[in-house]
Write a protein that binds this ligand. Structure first.
Ligand code: C2E
Ligand code: CA
Ligand code: CA
Ligand code: CA
Length: 279
C-alpha cells in the first residue's frame, strides 16, 4: 500500500482527465450527430387497458454512434442537456415526429397521436410554442396529433414561467402529459395547478406494484387522485401480466412497456399500425 496520497491523487486526476476528455469527445461528436444524419426516432406503442388497443406512440430518440453503435437516450441526453444541445435535438425530434405522422396519415393509417419528450431547457425556451405550432402547420397536422411529455422537474424549475407556457400549449391544443410522476419533489397538488391531460407513473413505482404493498398503495392513490381531477393515468415500464392485471383492476387507463411492445423503428410500426396489435 502507498504511504502517501500523492500517487493516488495523480491517479484520480488522470482518471478525471480521461472522463473529461470522453465527455468533450462525446459533446463534439453529438454536435456532428445532430447536424448529420445520426439520430433516429423509435416509437413505443401504448395500449388502452379497457380495450386492449394501441392508442398512442411515444417517440424515443436514439443515436447511431459511429463507433459505439446504437445509444439509448439516457446515454447521451444528459450530456446534451449539459452542453446546451437539447434544443437542437428537440427541434430535430419535433420535425421528424411530424414528418412521420404526415407519412402515416398519407398512407391512410389510423390517426394515432404521437408523444414527444420535452427536455427542461427546451421547455423553458421561449420559442417552444411557436416551434410546435410551426411544425404542425408545416406538415398539415392538427394539434391533436401531438402530445408533449414534460417532467415535473422541468416544470418546477420555474413554476410561474412553466405554467404560462403550459397555458399557451393548451390554447394551441396539443396534449400535455406530466412525465415520470413520483420521481421529483412530487406533489399531487401540482396536478391541479397545471393543465395536464395525463400523467405517467414512473417505472420505478411500477416494477414491484404487484408484490410490494407500498408501491401498490401509492399507485392506487395516484390513480384515484388523478381521476378525481379528470386526468388520465399511464403506467410506464409494464413488463409482466401481474403488473398489467393489477393496473387494470385499479382502473389505470393506459400502459407502456415491453409486455405490450418495445420501442420500434418506423418500418416495423407501419406493419403494426396496419394490423393493430391487442394487449
Ligand atoms: P422516459 O420518458 O421515462 O421513457 C421511457 C424509457 O423507458 C425509454 O428509455 C424506454 O425505452 C424505456 N422502457 C420502455 N418500456 C420499458 C420496459 O418495459 N422496461 C424497461 N426497463 N424500460 C422500458 P429510453 O428510450 O432510453 O429513454 C430514456 C429517457 O430519455 C426517457 O425516459 C426520456 O426522459 C429521455 N428521452 C428519450 N427520448 C427523448 C427525446 O427525444 N427528447 C428528450 N428531451 N428526452 C428524451
Ligand atoms: Ca417520456
Ligand atoms: Ca416517462
Ligand atoms: Ca421514466
Amino acid at each position: 500500500a502507498r504511504a502517501e496520497g500523492g500517487g493516488q491523487c495523480l491517479f484520480f486526476s488522470a482518471e478525471m482527465n480521461q472522463r473529461t476528455l470522453e465527455r468533450i469527445g462525446m459533446e463534439a461528436a453529438l454536435r456532428l450527430a445532430v447536424a448529420g444524419d445520426e439520430l433516429q426516432l423509435l416509437y413505443q406503442p401504448l395500449a388502452d387497458l379497457q380495450t386492449g388497443d394501441l392508442c398512442s406512440l411515444e417517440a424515443l430518440v436514439r443515436w447511431q454512434h459511429p463507433q459505439q453503435g446504437l445509444l439509448a437516450a439516457d446515454r447521451f441526453i444528459p450530456v446534451a442537456e449539459a452542453a446546451g444541445l437539447t434544443e437542437a435535438i428537440g427541434q430535430w425530434v419535433l420535425r421528424r415526429a411530424c414528418r412521420d405522422l404526415r407519412a402515416w396519415r398519407d398512407a391512410g393509417q389510423r390517426a394515432i397521436p404521437v408523444a414527444i419528450n420535452i427536455s427542461p431547457r427546451q421547455f423553458h425556451d421561449r420559442g417552444l410554442v411557436d416551434a410546435v405550432a410551426a411544425a404542425l402547420a408545416g406538415h398539415g397536422l392538427g394539434a391533436g396529433a401531438l402530445t408533449l411529455e414534460i417532467t415535473e422537474a422541468a416544470l418546477l424549475r420555474d413554476a410561474a414561467a412553466g405554467s404560462a407556457c403550459l397555458e399557451r400549449l393548451r390554447a394551441l391544443g396539443v396534449g400535455l402529459t406530466l412525465d415520470d410522476f413520483g420521481t421529483g419533489s412530487s406533489s399531487l397538488s401540482n396536478l391541479k395547478r397545471f393543465p395536464f391531460d395525463a400523467l405517467k407513473i414512473d417505472r420505478s413505482f411500477i416494477r414491484d406494484v404487484a408484490t410490494d404493498a407500498g408501491d401498490a398503495a401509492l399507485s392506487k392513490t395516484i390513480i384515484s387522485m388523478a381521476h378525481n381531477l379528470g386526468i388520465k393515468v399511464v403506467a410506464e415500464g409494464v413488463e409482466t401480466e401481474a403488473q398489467c392485471d393489477f393496473l387494470r383492476r385499479n382502473m389505470c387507463d393506459q400502459i407502456q412497456g415491453y409486455l405490450f411492445a418495445a420501442p420500434l423503428p418506423r418500418e416495423q410500426l407501419d406493419a403494426l399500425l396496419a394490423e393493430p396489435r391487442r394487449l
